[in-house]
Design a protein around this ligand. Structure first.
Ligand code: ADP
Ligand code: MG
Length: 238
């Protein structure tokens, strides 16, 4: 279980604290899917980066299986089984898709790597030797990241707006990808109703605080009609 205890994060602007996250208390069990939603700028990506260890909280502690990992860096957390698929994927100059996947994949089996690429809708033969650079589109990079999270098979998986990469793919496939991670604790940052409704719990962040949490049905009105946490696609609202 991942547990966030009194997490706050602030920057200093003109000598004053500017809070981005304030007193966040959340826990994430294994075998469950959690959606984090809320307006742009509410602190969702900052929270994801704190969980991954990319940034350190200004206050509060992060526990994984009751062990305090607050001081652990990204590599240490990755080794403990925490994975993060970035909102804006990163490129790796000089590295090929197969190199990256070999780094994260314990099995180091080419057939398995190809299977992961296929499951995110990428033709393995075409992509396995591609360089992970700016010649790949944003959508392709997002899906390669997804494949890497699959290959890593971690305990805690964080996906930051995965829907951005599925333009030429489908939600159905994306939900299939998620279902193959069902023994982990999955945290999906999203505005999409189709993602929110498959999650066991929806957490709404507003102004850096947990505004509400509950199941999708209970929060449906909030996440579908609220001007801030609104979902993309008017025709899908109800
Ligand atoms: N390193 C930083 N320095 C200053 N402000 C930041 C920094 N990182 C994020 N912010 C600000 O914090 C707020 C939350 O950002 P973010 O976590 O990216 O929100 P979300 O993912 O919910 O859209 C935004 O107002 C953003 O501009
Ligand atoms: Mg974000």
């Amino acid at each position: 279980m991942l547990r966030l205890e009194n997490i706050s994060y602030y920057t200093i602007e003109n000598g004053e604290k500017k809070y981005i996250l304030r007193d966040i208390n959340l826990s994430f069990d294994y075998g469950k899917f959690y959606a984090i939603t809320g307006p742009n700028g509410s602190g969702k990506t900052t929270l994801a980066k704190i969980i991954m260890g990319i940034i350190k909280p200004s206050a509060g502690r992060v526990f994984l299986d009751d062990i305090d990992i607050t001081e652990k860096d990204v590599d240490q957390r990755a080794n403990l089984g925490v994975s993060y698929a970035f909102q804006t994927p990163v490129t790796f100059k000089g590295l090929k898709v197969s190199d990256l996947m070999n780094i994260v994949c314990k099995e180091k089996n080419i057939a398995k790597l190809c299977e992961y690429l296929s499951s995110v809708g990428l033709c393995a033969r075409e992509y396995i030797n591609r360089k992970v650079d700016k010649n790949l589109s944003g959508g392709e990079l997002k899906r390669i990241e997804l494949a890497m999270v699959l290959a890593k098979n971690g305990k805690i998986n964080i996906f930051d707006e995965p829907e951005a990469g599925i333009d030429l793919w489908s939600f159905e496939k994306l939900t299939q990808v998620f279902s193959s991670l069902s023994s982990a604790s999955n945290i999906i940052i999203s505005h999409q109703k189709k993602i929110l409704e498959i999650c066991d719990k929806v957490i709404i962040l507003k102004n850096g605080k947990v505004d509400k949490q509950g199941n999708f049905c209970d929060l449906k009105h909030e996440v579908c009609n609220d001007g801030c946490a609104k979902l993309r696609g008017d025709d899908e609202r109800n």
